[in-house]
Design a protein around this ligand. Structure first.
Ligand code: TXA
Ligand code: MG
Length: 356
């Protein structure tokens, strides 16, 4: 299959391009498109055959359900059987935006979307291109992140191209995505709202709007089975092995330097994704003595989580492109967006933390 790559401008998506992409969706094809979180791989969410193609293109396990993307608030009422008051409060406050709500499914939802669960995940993305495509297609778009299953999510069209070229019909390219991490997945189908995946809207923000909200216990305990099927798979993982080095900047820098020297002796190549605080100190150590790292990136200050979140998936991919065997990065405060960042990093590292 030949994959088309079309540029679209963010502010005013070109009508003709959106029409071509929507036609592909309506004919049962696959189109990758930008959202404010990561690029999604879209298909007609009401067409079981089209939805199956998503799983095939990504190599996604069939028991991992998909999010339906809508452009019109009222669509929730036919996709979900019950829309609780708390859902309505959150829709009002955070849609369009990086919040996915898990609600009891209606009879219109194909089993392929929900992987047999009796709930459905729905969100309204905050991105003009995504909204224009959904409106023009006139169907909800089923869309997982547009990466090969298990690999870090795509935050640029080139990432989608690298992963799915030849397997999907088209890619709409409107530059890098904003947030860089996926939406928060909040289950509102039970008594107490439960965060199944931390993301762009923080627990603190949700509590402010609707009161009590809990994290799925599986998020902090890799031994428990998560309620969000997607969270149980190896995820967000580059090919290189990832370790998180924890501690104060001085200690992290010296530990990283030691580790890199060990890797060098073993003939392994290292990639380093360091915060500004650690980067400066590591560079100072490198000035004193030869320490060979194949790829070193200053991610910016520990305090600037937004910017780190925005760049992290792309940087993990760059380490792979540089051919490293091991990636060393850091741990972060789990407040606000930090919860989502740490969730992804822990998963990509298989929970391996080195204390410095
Ligand atoms: O930001 C995002 O959410 C991006 C963009 C493209 O919208 N999409 C995304 O989709 O991250 P995906 O498929 O990569 O992740 C969806 C997550 C998975 O962990 C999946 O298991 C969970 O949502 N999920 C979907 N439906 C669910 C349901 N009914 N119950 C529980 N978890 C569900
Ligand atoms: Mg994904």
């Amino acid at each position: 299959m030949k994959t088309e790559l079309w540029q679209v401008s963010y502010g005013e998506p070109e009508r003709e391009t959106i029409r071509k992409a929507a036609a592909i969706i309506r004919q049962g094809g696959l189109v990758a498109f930008p959202t404010e979180t990561v690029y999604g791989l879209g298909a007609n969410g009401l067409d079981p055959e089209a939805v199956k193609k998503i799983f095939a293109a990504k190599g996604r396990p069939a028991d991992n359900p998909l999010i339906l993307h809508i452009a019109n608030l009222k669509d929730v009422f036919y996709l979900a059987k019950i829309v609780p008051l708390k859902a309505q409060v959150l829709m009002e406050e955070y849609w369009p935006g990086p919040l996915t709500l898990v609600l009891e499914r209606s009879k219109f939802i194909p089993d392929e979307i929900t992987a047999g669960l009796d709930t459905v995940a729905i969100r309204m993305p905050k991105h003009q291109v995504a909204l224009a495509l959904i409106r023009e297609a006139r169907v909800p778009l089923a869309a997982p992140s547009a990466n090969r299953s298990g690999y870090p999510s795509p935050t640029q069209a080139s990432h989608v191209w690298d992963d799915l070229q030849g397997r999907i019909d088209a890619i709409l390219d409107s530059g890098p995505t904003g947030l860089g991490l996926e939406s928060t997945v909040l289950d509102l189908s039970g008594e107490i709202p439960v965060i199944l995946r931390p993301g762009g809207v923080s627990k603190e923000q949700l509590c402010e709007s609707i009161g009590r909200v809990e994290y799925d216990p599986a998020l902090s305990n890799p031994q428990e089975t998560p309620r969000s099927p997607g969270m149980k798979y190896t995820h967000y993982s580059p090919h290189a092995e990832v370790f998180l080095v924890a501690g104060e900047p001085d200690n992290v820098a010296s530990r990283v330097a030691e580790l890199v020297e060990d890797y060098n002796l073993q003939g392994k190549k290292a990639g380093l994704l360091l915060t500004a605080e650690v980067y400066e100190k590591f560079k100072a150590l490198q000035d004193k003595k030869e320490i060979n790292a194949t790829y070193v990136k200053n991610l910016g200050s520990r305090r600037e989580l937004e910017s780190i979140a925005h760049n992290i998936y792309g940087e993990l991919r760059k380490c792979d492109d540089a051919g490293v065997d091991v990636i060393l990065t850091e741990t972060f405060s789990e407040q606000g967006l930090g919860a989502a960042l740490m969730n992804r990093l822990l998963k990509s590292a298989g929970y391996k933390i080195i204390n410095s």
